[in-house]
Design a protein around this ligand. Structure first.
Ligand SMILES: [Zn+2]
Ligand SMILES: [Zn+2]
Length: 264
């Protein structure tokens, strides 16, 4: 049975991705208001009632804004690693969550038929992760909010059937843009966000490993455009002879509302 992936919201104003097998549906992050997630799920013929868990990547508000509310109102378990839990609880970002819905992972785990494998990334948060998600013989990777992709992380992405990967900014737009120097340095640092260029470099290696489905995520609204991210990725694919839209699918996830779904 296929696995279905769809970015619902993507960018610094909030992130959430829907992932489902035939019998298990989850969210990766829930960084916009619950009502918006509810509506976006309705747009793709899903609903909050079927969500079996929320995987948290890291404690920044654009990833967890509605996590506590969703968990309380819909009785959904929250999955995060130890340091991310500590950070969320210290900042009291979630409100009160019953113990049974606080799931700490330390390694791989299952939610229903989905096997989940966290991937440590490089970002200015307590212990940020992306995820590999396996269903039968298919593998999807969801990675964002990482300043760079180490060889270790890239190796974990190879062989994926679908890759939802950050393509945050165009380096020249950051350098020449209006942000204060400190913020520019943060974005461009190894613990900031992934540039279009670095995403495109990774995409080539991931295409070479057999992947044909990409969604570019977490685009900056000030330092990127959907066209710039798409052009960078599709040009990289073309250097391998892979034509976007024909040999590989390259989508750009919008900030508000569901993007293109990937079915693998
Ligand atoms: Zn973010
Ligand atoms: Zn972040």
């Amino acid at each position: 049975m296929p696995m279905f992936l769809c970015p619902l919201f993507s960018g610094s104003k909030g992130n959430s991705t829907f992932v489902a097998s035939d019998d298990t549906a989850i969210l990766v992050d829930a960084g916009v208001a619950r009502a918006n997630i509810d509506r976006a799920l309705g747009d793709i013929n899903a609903s909050l009632d079927i969500i079996k868990g929320i995987l948290v990547t890291h404690e920044h508000v654009d990833h967890i804004r509605a996590v506590g509310m969703l968990s309380r109102k819909n009785d959904i378990p929250i999955y995060a690693n130890e340091d991310t839990w500590k950070a969320m609880l210290t900042m009291n970002s979630l409100g009160s969550i019953p113990f049974k819905n606080r799931v700490r992972f330390d390694g791989d785990f299952y939610i229903g038929s989905l096997a989940i494998s966290p991937i440590k990334v490089s970002h200015d948060a307590a212990d940020p992760v992306g995820y590999s998600i396996f269903n039968e013989n298919k593998k999807a990777v969801v990675i964002s909010d990482t300043g760079y992709l180490s060889k270790t992380v890239l190796n974990r992405m190879l062989g994926a059937d679908a890759c939802l990967m950050e393509s945050n900014h165009d380096v020249h737009m950051v350098e020449n843009g209006p942000y204060p120097v400190r913020l520019k340095n943060r974005i461009l640092s190894k613990k900031g966000h992934l540039s279009n260029h670095d995403a495109a470099q990774a995409l080539m290696q991931i295409i070479n490993s057999g992947c044909k489905n990409f969604s570019l995520t977490h685009l900056s609204q000030d330092n990127n455009t959907p066209e710039a991210a798409y052009d960078s990725a599709s040009a990289a694919a073309l250097t391998l002879g892979a034509v976007a839209g024909k040999d590989v699918n390259i989508y750009v996830a919008p900030q508000f509302g569901p993007g293109d779904a990937i079915i693998i």
